[in-house]
Structures are given as C-alpha cells and as structure tokens.
Design a protein around this ligand. Structure first.
Ligand code: PHE
Length: 449
C-alpha cells in the first residue's frame, strides 16, 4: 500500500510552504514587474491583493488539502463526493497539476540563469563592472542557446533528483538554515544599497501613493503575481497541506508565510531600485533587471565575489524548493494512482518539462520572433498564461468550492477559527476574492471597460 508521509511538525510544514512561496517570484519577478508596471501603483495593488485575496485563499487551499489528504485531482474528487456535488471538480485538480508543469517549463530556464551567475560571481567576473558591461554580459548569456540549455538541464536534474526521492527526505532540513540565511544576506545587500545607492528615489518609486498611476493592466499583473508569489491556485499548497497534521493552526501559519514572502520581495525591490536609480538604469528593463543590476553591486562592494556567490547560491536554493513544489502535485497523482514508482514518474515528467524548457530557451534567441498570441513569444506566453489566467482561475474555483459547495461545518472544522475570524475569512473567500478575480477576468476579455 502507498504510504502517505506527514510533516514532522508545524515548523517543517511552514518552512516547506515558505520554501515553495519564496523563490524566483520574489527575487527575479517582483522587482522587474514593479518597474514594468509603473512602480508604486503596482506595489500598492500587489499588497492589497496579498491581503484581500492571497491570504484568505492560501488558507482555503491548505484546508482543501488537509481535508482531502490526497493529491489535487483525487483530493477534489473526494471532497466533491463528501459534499455530494459533481465529480467534475476533479478537473480543477488536474488543471493545477498541468499549470505547475507549464510554469516549471520557464522557471527552470530562469533557475538556470541564476546557476550561471553563481559561477560568474565565484570567478570574480563582476569586479569593477560598469552598468553597460553588466547588461552586455546578460545579453551574451541570452544569446547563447548552448549555455542556456546547459544550465536549464542542470536545474531540471537538480529538481527531479530531489522529487524522485520524495518530499520528506528532501530539503526540509536545509530549509531551516537556508531561508533565514537568504534573509540575512538580503539585509547585507540592502545595507550596501542604502550606503551607495539612491534609496530615497527607490523608496518614492516603490511606495509613494499615487492612485492616478493605477492602470487595469497593472491590476491584472498584480493579482496574477500575488498568486504566483504565494504559489496559489495550482495545488502546490494543497499538496503540502495534505501532509499537514490536524492540530496545526492554518490561519496563523498562512499569515507568517505570506508576510515573510511579501517582505522578502519588497526588500529585494528596494535594494535593486536604489542601485537602478544611482546608476541611471532603466527601471523597466524587464526580466533581465536583477541580472543586470546586482553584478554592479557585487562588483564594487568589499568581499563582492564572496557575497555575490553566496547570494546567487541562496537564490538558486530558493528557486529549487519552489520548483520542487511545482511538480509535486503531478508526481503525487501518478504515484497514488498507478504502480509507477516515484523515481520513474519523476524522470518521465522531467523529460517532458525539459523539452518545454528547450522551447523557452530558444525563445530568447533563435525563436525570438516566433509569436504565439498577442505578440508574445513562447516564454512570455507561458508566463502570462499561467500567472494571469490559470493561477487566478484555479484560485477562483477553489474559493467557490470551499465557500459554496463544501459543508460549512467541514470548513470550520479544518480552519478552527473563532466566530469573528471565521466570518472575516468567509467574506474574503466567498465575496471579495471571487468578485475581484472575476472582475479582472471580465476586463481581460473586454466584457467590461
Ligand atoms: N511562488 C514561487 C515563487 O515565487 C513560484 C511558484 C508558483 C511555486 C506556483 C509553486 C506554485 O518563485
């Protein structure tokens, strides 16, 4: 019989879920999205989305997982049966597993960029680098399919190697040290940025309230990124929740994770933008932003090669733990439904995702001009499709299921909240989150203006 493992205690669950949440989304994606979407307007909406939609829905996803005690597909089926509603809800779980694989297709390529920067930092290649040289280096990396492919392959092997061995024997112990270490080194970076960078402009850029700058596209991206950053809407948190013991408080755990995740992203943003403005770089440089700016800091600070190496290693680690959670739902489904061994499942899925990654690699060079939809190339299409559509859609459906289909007692049983807190969660889950997501979708499809 298949044996389901559980987390040793709440702390390991929290670190594993934080490990899933904290990743390239905070360090690579949030900073450049802030710049692309006009700074503070985006930050403000993003924070609102985390509190009004992200936190309540993270609780929802954990509660679904813990009640189901299964992978997302069978879990949704079981919960639907328990609530005596259509078995079609299982496809929500199926959609999540697929979404995870689509995300990993590009996540692994960016993870590869980070790996290659570890080596560059260790070789002291950033020493006294200028902004122009740094950008040229990054462009050189993107222009080389061979390099990108090599590092994408290494990242995929690292990810699948751990997944093949199973979640408990994986990285939870390392999480214990490395996530706090990531915070620590970030503070060092922030301190450096504060002393040499233009922190005041960065602060204004990120936090000055200016409602007039909020655009519909910024709202859409901010909502999507709240899902991406907290790993919501595709079943990763649900699977981790399914390994969680019964007595642990879901609400408290969620709030800690969401706060740590959001704080980390915003701190990286500040550190980056102080450097961007001090070096007269463009804030809207796009996906290359941190790879173009951080080498300038590491290239000029004392102990820069050492600090830079350590920094990129910790980022790679954070990306690694997130990548694992992107495939875990699919692997859990295969191992719980077939006789296929975890190891075989992991390598088979790995090959499929690796191939997707190859297409992403080429979309940065050889296939740059191949547009899939709305003038987006392969990388951009995967990114937008998952963050702005699939994750929010998954979240919307989970909220509707927990709010309107599950028996209220069952929900309360899992959340175990005091009356007022439960009411607040219900308002957020049943009303605010679905309306916010639906409104954004309607806008997206041009139904309302
Ligand atoms: N939250 C991860 C990050 O910020 C990415 C992720 C998204 C992981 C969805 C799992 C599920 O990097």
């Amino acid at each position: 019989m298949h044996h389901r493992s559980t987390w040793k205690n709440r702390w390991t669950f929290m670190l594993a879920t934080a490990g899933s949440a904290i990743g390239l989304g905070n360090i690579w994606k949030l900073p450049y999205m802030i710049g692309v979407n006009g700074g503070s307007a985006f930050v403000l909406v993003f924070i609102a989305c985390i509190f009004l939609v992200g936190i309540p829905l993270m609780m929802t996803e954990i509660l679904l997982g813990r009640r189901a005690q299964k992978n997302p597909y069978d879990g949704m089926l079981k919960l639907a049966q328990e609530a005596q509603v259509s078995h079609y809800w299982k496809y929500l779980g199926g959609m999540g597993m697929l979404t995870g694989l689509l995300i990993l297709g590009f996540y692994s390529v960016i993870g590869g960029w980070v790996l290659s920067y570890i080596i560059e930092a260790a070789k002291n290649s950033f020493s006294n680098i200028t902004a122009a040289q740094s950008s040229a280096n990054f462009d050189g990396l993107l222009a080389s399919p061979v390099k990108l492919l090599f590092w994408h392959t290494v990242f995929m092997c690292m990810t699948m190697g751990v997944v093949a061995r199973g979640v408990n024997s994986g990285l939870e112990k390392a999480n214990n040290i490395l996530i706090p270490a990531l915070f620590a080194i970030l503070l060092v970076l922030l301190g450096y940025s504060m002393s040499v960078g233009d922190m005041q402009t960065a602060y204004q850029f990120m936090f000055k309230l200016d409602f007039s700058k909020i655009t519909p596209v910024a709202v859409l991206s901010a909502l999507g990124h709240a899902f991406f950053s907290l790993s919501l809407g595709m079943g990763a948190v649900m699977v981790y929740g399914s390994y969680l013991q019964r007595h642990v408080s879901i609400a408290r755990t969620t709030i800690y994770i969401a706060l740590a995740d959001t704080a980390l992203g915003l701190l990286v943003g500040l550190a980056i933008y102080a450097l961007v403005f001090a070096n007269h770089l463009a804030p809207n440089a796009g996906p290359g932003l941190i790879f173009q700016t951080l080498p300038i800091a590491f290239g000029h600070m004392p102990w820069g090669s050492f600090t830079g190496t350590l920094f990129f290693m910790l980022v790679a680690f954070a990306a690694w733990t997130s990548a694992i959670s992107l495939v875990e739902p699919a692997i859990a489904w295969i191992t719980e439904n077939t006789l296929i061994k975890r190891r075989t499942a992991a390598w088979a899925i790995g090959v499929v995702v690796w191939l997707l990654g190859v297409a992403v690699v080429l979309s940065f060079n050889e296939w740059k001009d191949i547009k899939i939809i709305f003038g987006l190339n392969i990388f951009e299409t995967l990114d937008k499709l998952t963050s702005t559509i699939l994750l929010p859609l998954g979240g919307l459906l989970m909220a509707v299921f927990a709010g309107y289909y599950m028996k209220r007692d069952h929900v309360q049983d899992e959340l175990d909240l005091k009356a007022t807190a439960f009411k607040l969660w219900r308002i957020a889950n049943n009303i605010i989150a679905p309306i916010a997501i639906a409104a954004v979708f309607l806008y997206l499809f041009g139904v309302i203006k």
